[in-house]
Design a protein around this ligand. Structure first.
Ligand code: GDP
Length: 297
């Protein structure tokens, strides 16, 4: 069912890196995401974030942009990968400097490795009296992850998400890693996106939070995502501002689907509503048949 799409190299433009923060519980994922979000409002648009759309974009002083998935933890990452979605370019592995490399840290590292996603280590809570970043780096080295300042190949940054220390440096390292990845997309083609979250909201209908990966999505585009289909009625960014189009690497909340696809499902633009509905109902039928067969066994 899935067709490959080849873009002419001439049509490719650079796009923002998409970053996921992973780590052991309480090591500071939420604090880091909040800190980055609060200190970076996209230029010219004051007011901060007004709604959660599953991801947000920051624009740095040098004009470069980074998109952060703001569903912390590797559950979302794993769920999406299980559906074959590749929504992360770079993983920040956050580790509290007053603790150790914990089981969930190791799990996060192996998820990133399995997905072939480069890692940057953020050694957090350096403001705490018991913090010992070197001990963390020693542990990482013993696991085979030697940090750059010790001659290894992994970037790391000591930070305090609480006090805001080291955050700018961390973001610069993300950009450096992104530059090496040479991330590009063709904005001039029908959009392909990944579903981050979807739900039914009172008075609003089905609300779908997506990340556009290829092409440009526009209001009125006809969509299919999993077993849902529809036409884009309206789109909103994280400042709850209506937008009419959204390009590669950017998240958006949209209204117009007739169902709630699962996180990690691929959303694509179709030529006609009839085609979109047919594809969605064929998928629904297949999954009903699978469920029936499973029930009989
Ligand atoms: P998460 O479970 O990984 O999302 O961790 P949180 O961001 O919720 O942080 C867990 C706890 O650690 C909270 O009480 C935070 O206030 C605290 N915390 C996070 N970052 C720092 C930091 O840089 N310094 C200090 N002292 N505390 C922090």
């Amino acid at each position: 069912e899935e067709e490959e799409f080849f873009d002419d190299p001439e049509d490719l433009e650079s796009r923002p890196p998409i970053v996921t923060v992973m780590g052991h519980v309480d090591h500071g994922k939420t604090s880091l995401l909040d800190r980055i979000r609060d200190s970076n409002v996209i230029a010219g648009e004051a007011g901060g974030i007004t709604q959660h759309i599953g991801a947000y974009e920051v624009k740095l002083d040098n004009g470069k942009e980074i998109t952060f998935l703001d569903t912390p933890g590797h559950e979302a990452f794993t769920a999406m990968r299980a559906r074959g979605a590749k929504v992360t370019d770079i993983a920040i592995i956050i580790i509290a400097a007053d603790d150790n490399v914990m089981p969930q840290t190791k799990e996060a590292i192996s998820h990133a490795e399995a997905a072939g996603v480069p890692m940057i280590f953020a050694i957090n809570k350096i403001d705490r009296p018991g913090a010992n970043p070197d001990r963390i780096k020693t542990e990482l080295a013993s696991m085979g992850y030697q940090v750059e300042e010790w001659g290894g190949k992994y970037q790391s940054q000591d930070i305090s998400a609480l006090k805001g220390e080291g955050i700018t440096e961390l973001l610069e390292k993300v950009l450096l890693e992104a530059e090496m990845l040479e991330l590009t997309a063709n904005p001039d083609r029908p959009a392909v996106a990944t579903v981050l979250e979807a739900s039914l909201e009172k008075g609003r209908g089905y609300v779908t939070k997506i990340l556009v990966q290829h092409g440009t999505l526009r209001v009125q585009d006809i969509l299919v995502a999993g077993e849902a289909s529809g036409r884009v009625r309206a789109m909103f960014n994280e400042r709850n501002k209506r937008v009419t189009e959204v390009g590669p690497g950017s998240p958006v909340l949209l209204l117009g689907l007739d169902g709630a696809p699962q996180a990690g499902e691929i959303m694509k633009v179709m030529a006609s509503e009839q085609e979109a509905r047919q594809l969605a109902s064929r998928r629904a039928q297949i999954s009903r048949e699978q469920a029936n067969r499973a029930a009989k066994r």
